[in-house]
Design a protein around this ligand. Structure first.
Ligand SMILES: Nc1ncnc2c1ncn2[C@@H]1O[C@H](COP(=O)(O)OP(=O)(O)OP(=O)(O)O)[C@@H](O)[C@H]1O
Length: 379
């Protein structure tokens, strides 16, 4: 059990910098998720913690001890790579037992070893595979065994790199729940790398969003969901992605190109983006309740996604605008293409992002508010 701190952590491959001054403190027993797209630097961050990157700047501090110059095998971290290394000639049970046999982790009685292995194989659902050799396992089973090899050994910090990536959707969901339980049970400080936002939201006590080697936002799942730092974080969480409508703010009103207008803080002016999650929009045939944010439109496309239907809605073009397109999700099977609908939500669910730099992500400055003039949201 240990805290983990990254202080100004940087890393380079050759001359190319890939991590830029990461600062974060992971609490004792915390399950911390690093979320980011391919190439963001997630694996490199784990390797720096494990001591496997030569050209690192700043420092990694585990349990209050600066790890600069400390060899990987002396750091007491256990890392599971996406490519799973198993002894080909050993059974699953022996593969799991071998980390406990190396004298470095103290001596274990046969009974203690067996109890620990059993707890892990039960959690990972590989009990029935204990006598098999790696070549007799599917990719997903091999991945779970490799994860087991890490979890079986007590360590100060677990470093897990996309450990569920080779599992099918159903098994991933089951394993997510199991891992969550295991985390609560073992309370070992864990850094878990993924590019899957659902995994991050389900597992993380906190999440750090990494983009191009920089930590863009660190927070609880609720903080990231309710107040994403910028449009990149906003789009990283949620499927379908958050709707983002370009607009111009002036005098406390932001107006989209399509003619939609909402109240915003009077301090906000210039180019903005209005963000609303498809699942935050309530879809009603005809008129909606009068309070809150609401907009009328017509369904242009309806695509069934299992129980729910994803709608592409063209908003009504009033006030000379061409209308905007918003994605919404409904469970109502009667909403079809060409149906007239009203989309509504609370103003607090309409995020306002500001920033005019081309190519940069706009920052969240707050949420929309009711308009104080009498024009309404569609004009
Ligand atoms: N050994 C290496 N030599 C040179 N460049 C590397 C090396 N390993 C990674 N990189 C580069 O460093 C950057 C970060 O890579 P890293 O593997 O940390 O990203 P990641 O977020 O884990 O991505 P993924 O999800 O695809 O595994 C990428 O641009 C990658 O191409």
């Amino acid at each position: 059990m240990s805290t983990l701190e990254l202080r100004g952590l940087g890393a380079r491959y050759g001359k190319k910098p890939v991590l830029h001054g990461l600062d974060v403190s992971v609490g004792d027993g915390e399950f911390f998720v690093l979320l980011g797209p391919s190439g963001a630097g997630k694996t490199t961050t784990l390797k720096c913690v494990a001591g496997l990157v030569d050209r690192a700047d700043g420092s990694v501090v585990i349990g209050g001890r600066d790890m600069t110059g400390v060899e990987p095998y002396e750091r007491n971290v256990a890392m599971a790579f996406e490519s799973y290394a198993l002894y080909p000639q050993k059974t699953v049970a022996d593969n799991l037992a071998s980390p406990l046999r190396s004298g470095r982790l103290g001596t274990w009685t046969e009974a203690e070893r067996a109890a620990r292995i059993e707890a892990v194989t039960t959690t990972l659902g590989i009990d029935h595979l204990r006598e098999r050799l790696p070549k007799e396992l599917s990719n997903g089973q091999r991945q779970r065994t490799a994860l087991g090899r890490v979890l079986v050994r007590p360590a100060d910090v677990y470093l897990l790199d996309e450990p569920l990536s080779h599992l099918d959707a159903k098994l991933r969901a089951t394993m997510r729940a199991e891992l969550r339980r295991l985390g609560e049970f073992s309370r070992t400080t864990t850094v878990y790398v993924t590019h899957d936002y659902q995994e991050a939201l389900a597992l993380g006590d906190r999440i750090g969003v990494l983009r191009d080697g920089r930590l863009v936002q660190v927070g609880t799942p609720a903080e990231l969901w309710d107040a994403p730092h910028d449009t990149f974080v906003a789009r990283s969480l949620g499927q379908p992605e958050m709707n983002l409508l370009p607009a111009r703010a002036d005098g406390g009103v932001a107006t989209t190109a399509g003619g939609l207008a909402v109240g915003v803080d009077t301090n906000v002016s210039g180019p903005v983006e209005l963000g609303v999650r498809p699942r935050d929009l309530t879809v009603t045939a005809g008129e909606a309740r009068p309070e809150g944010f609401r907009v009328r439109g017509r369904v242009e496309l309806a695509e069934r996604l299992g129980r729910s239907v994803e709608l592409s809605v063209r908003t009504e073009a009033s006030g000379g605008g061409p209308g905007d397109t918003l994605i919404a999700v409904t469970d109502d099977p009667d909403v079809r293409e060409r149906t007239a609908v009203t989309l509504s939500t609370e103003h607090s669910r309409v995020h306002v992002f500001a920033g005019s730099d081309p190519g940069a992500y706009a920052h969240r400055v707050g949420s929309a508010r009711p308009r104080t003039d009498t024009e309404g949201e569609q004009r």
